[in-house]
Design a protein around this ligand. Structure first.
Ligand code: ADP
Ligand code: MG
Length: 246
């Protein structure tokens, strides 16, 4: 049966009466790499968290893989914004990735040899296998982000959500992450990435969700990447737009 990877209807979210996301409706087909773009405070993280059911929504329906989110949790991997993660939490790289295997374990089972090997394979894919015994707090920004991507890979999800994965990340980590995200899409997985600026949007994404509280634009990158549409989202940040080559 064909279903959308993500389907959202009339989503509204607010904090203490202040609207952060207003009336967003859209649907994403499987296999797409989608960027959520918009200025700081545009509601990008809020939108992502509301889609995932991590914060309450005022109104609206969200389906992932044709079902309510709570029925497909195992199929959803989420990499939060770096500053939403407690990096002092005493856990090694390997154990952090091993946590990704938990949703697929049978009830009351602990990860065994098979899961440990799989975790190492995921670490290898992001180029972090040598760091498996490090504490996560002892890594650079790019290394931390690669470890969290490895954890998402370990989960074998169908839909991946990443919030600002390139912030505080070195160029080579960024390239590794983008390459893996593209590979996931080739395998038919759906990847949604919050990205606060427009740089590289064209190289990285198939589709863009341009958000500034409301949905300003949605579609193929070439359709959304138009001066008038971008200007509407970035309201007057024209110097910045020039820099981005719009
Ligand atoms: P973005 O990720 O695009 O930078 P956010 O979703 O973090 O934007 O924030 C959208 C708006 O909601 C901002 O005005 C922000 O201050 C507000 N906001 C975000 N999180 C909270 C919260 N936990 N409580 C109250 N207001 C919040
Ligand atoms: Mg954010």
């Amino acid at each position: 049966m064909h279903h959308k990877a993500i389907s959202i209807q009339n989503l509204h979210v607010s904090y203490y009466g202040d609207e952060a996301v207003r009336d967003v409706s859209l649907a994403v087909e499987p296999g797409n790499l989608v960027g959520i773009i918009g200025p700081n405070g545009a509601g990008k993280s809020t939108f992502l968290k509301a889609m995932l059911g991590l914060i309450p929504r005022d109104k609206g329906d969200v389906e992932i893989l044709g079902k309510p989110v709570k029925e497909v949790r195992k199929q959803i991997a989420y990499v939060p914004q770096r500053n939403d993660i407690d990096w002092d939490f005493p856990i090694t790289v390997r154990d952090a990735v091993l946590l990704g295997t938990y949703p697929r374990l049978k009830l009351f089972r602990r990860p065994g040899k098979k899961e440990r090997q799989w975790a190492m394979e995921c670490l290898r894919r992001v180029g972090m296998e040598e760091f498996s015994h490090r504490q996560i707090g002892e890594l650079s920004g790019g290394q931390q982000q690669r470890v969290f991507l490895a954890r998402a890979l370990a989960q074998q999800a169908e839909v991946f959500f990443l919030d600002e994965p390139f912030v505080g990340v070195d160029v080579s980590s960024e390239e590794t992450i983008v390459k893996i995200l593209k590979e996931l899409c080739w395998q038919g997985k759906t990847v949604i990435v919050v990205h606060h600026d427009l740089s590289k949007a064209n190289d990285y994404f198939h589709q863009l969700i341009l958000l500034n509280k409301e949905l300003i634009g949605f579609g193929a990158v070439s359709d959304v990447f138009q001066t008038d549409i971008i200007a509407k989202a970035y309201q007057g940040q024209f110097a910045f737009m020039k820099e981005m080559g719009v």
